[in-house]
Write a protein that binds this ligand. Structure first.
Ligand code: ADP
Length: 485
């Protein structure tokens, strides 16, 4: 029986193909970056053809590097940047416009005009009305690209999030499918009835013939022959949902928080959809054998990217990892509070126009104090999410962390102190690609069931609160000063 699983991790800045063993051990990966296009203020696009080529490259390279033949590969999984949209020609496969990326804000005014429908949309989709999600971007392409609406009405076009576009390309046009976790981020999918919603489709003027069929996360998504033989695509999930699975958060109340460019915290809420009164999102975590598990999610736009800004913009240090030693040099007396709203503030504020600020500067404020302030700000933002979850009656005592920032021990300990909860860091922090490897492996029989996967989760380090902190009150006061509404 074939034993290896390949996860395609199609992220916002790079594509990776990660090879896993049948025990969920990471064997290695190939990675390739692609262009970020900023054609106008607040616009972010990717070239779908370039994304596709990067995926083909890393897939082929990983097969070569690890000496695999198609019969060694039990299944392929796909995890992807969520919400980003592509519309392409059904016959030729050619995209009619660049992919509009989740970060893109061009549809802000349109979303503002939907305020009246906000509660209806939230009730059906679990999402707050924001350009972040796919629907308004699809509407924009259909309205702005010459002839697009006519062609859509004639049934000549297809829409998909990145997973769907990749499935279609990998299967050479045989399968137009997506999974529930990606569908639940489009703002067109009713998470209660588990189907595309006609009322939402009409609100966003999107014909239903554009849409992919929506499948369980562990499913037969079709096969590809582009790897030299037939290999099945057996698992698909959006990146954050995949990380939730990779962290084995299968029980109600299990929480994972990923600290990469941004921070995404997700709690498993089982079969319950929590109607957040605190601007958190309810979303589909996964659906297996037709049974849906939901999650409550808080998204922070700026986390590790603030460290990147200190490194590249302010040139405080050369490597992100140096931020740990530098923060340790900060004077105890420092009261510096940094609001890293470099691209607005996400949950629970959802204020795209808010901009960053530094408070509490004195003559002896230097690089260490500001660096510490930035690291603390990520912990305070997480505390905002924790408070929002508690106010929504979603409680937890421990979180599992992952993402590039959690290599920073000072940050991880401070996070535990600010939250006053236990913070666990697993041995494999590569949880995004691992989650979908599990899904693909479940489909091909490499893994038995969810509970058997829990044995693979191993702890690297546990951080328990070792002191109380006082900065959060100052943080809340400082945030009030940068909010625009
Ligand atoms: P993504 O998947 O969003 O590209 P990663 O999970 O690879 O992000 O994490 C990279 C981010 O983590 C970068 O923004 C970087 O600044 C930050 N980072 C990496 N190492 C550290 C560290 N030791 N301390 C603080 N931040 C770090």
């Amino acid at each position: 029986m074939p034993k290896k699983i390949i996860s395609i991790d199609q992220g916002t800045t790079s594509s990776r193909a990660v090879v896993y063993s049948d025990k969920g051990e990471l064997i290695g990966y190939e990675q390739m970056e692609f262009s970020q296009l900023f054609p106008d203020d607040g616009w972010v696009e990717h070239d779908p053809e370039e994304i596709w080529q990067s995926v083909v490259q890393v897939l082929k390279r990983s097969i070569q590097r690890f000496d695999l033949i198609p019969s060694d590969i039990a299944s392929i999984g796909i995890t992807n940047q969520r919400e980003t949209v592509v519309i392409w020609d059904k016959k030729t496969g050619k995209p009619i416009y660049n992919a509009i990326v989740w970060q893109d804000r061009r549809t802000s005014d349109f979303c503002d005009s939907l305020k009246e429908s906000e509660s209806l949309i939230q009730q059906k989709t679990g999402l707050t009305v924001d350009p972040y999600f796919s629907a308004s971007k699809v509407n924009w392409i259909l309205n702005k690209v010459n002839g697009a609406r006519k062609r859509a009405d004639k049934g000549e076009l297809l829409f998909g999030t990145i997973d769907s576009f990749l499935i279609w390309k990998l299967t050479e046009g045989r399968d137009h499918k997506t999974d529930v976790s990606n569908a639940s981020r489009t703002m067109l999918y009713n998470i209660r009835t588990n189907c595309w919603d006609d009322e939402l489709l009409s609100l966003f003027s999107i014909p239903s013939n554009l849409l992919p069929s929506v499948c369980d996360n562990s499913y037969d998504f079709g096969y590809t022959e582009l790897v030299g033989g037939k290999v099945r695509i057996g698992g698909v999930a959006g990146d954050q949902q995949s990380a939730l699975i990779g962290q084995c958060c299968f029980d109600i109340g299990d929480v994972k928080s990923t600290y990469g460019t941004g921070c995404f915290m997700m709690m498993n809420t089982g079969s319950e959809i929590i109607n957040s009164s605190n601007k958190l999102l309810s979303t589909i975590a996964y659906r297996l054998d037709g049974e849906t598990t939901y999650a409550l999610e808080g998204s922070i736009f700026v986390a590790g990217s603030a460290i990147q800004w200190l490194r590249d913009g302010l040139e405080f240090f050369q490597q992100a990892a140096e931020s740990e030693d530098i923060a340790l040099q900060a004077k105890d007396s420092s009261r510096v509070i940094v609001i890293p709203a470099l691209t607005g503030l996400g949950a629970p504020y959802w204020d795209a126009e808010a901009r960053g600020a530094i408070f509490g500067l004195t003559r002896d404020t230097g690089i260490p104090e500001i660096t510490k302030g930035v690291l603390e700000s990520v912990a305070y933002q997480t505390k905002d999410l924790l408070e929002a979850m508690r106010n929504d009656k979603a409680f937890f005592n421990t979180i599992k962390i992952d993402g590039g920032m959690v290599a920073n021990n000072w940050f991880s300990q401070e996070l535990s102190n600010v939250l006053q909860v236990t913070v666990s860091r697993p041995k494999i922090t590569e949880t995004t690609s691992l989650g979908v490897a599990y899904l693909a492996g479940l489909h091909s029989g490499v893994f038995e069931n969810l509970s058997s996967l829990k044995d693979n989760w191993a702890i690297d380090r546990k951080f328990t609160p070792d002191r109380t902190t006082t900065g959060y009150v100052e943080w809340k006061n400082a945030v009030k000063k940068v909010l625009t509404d």
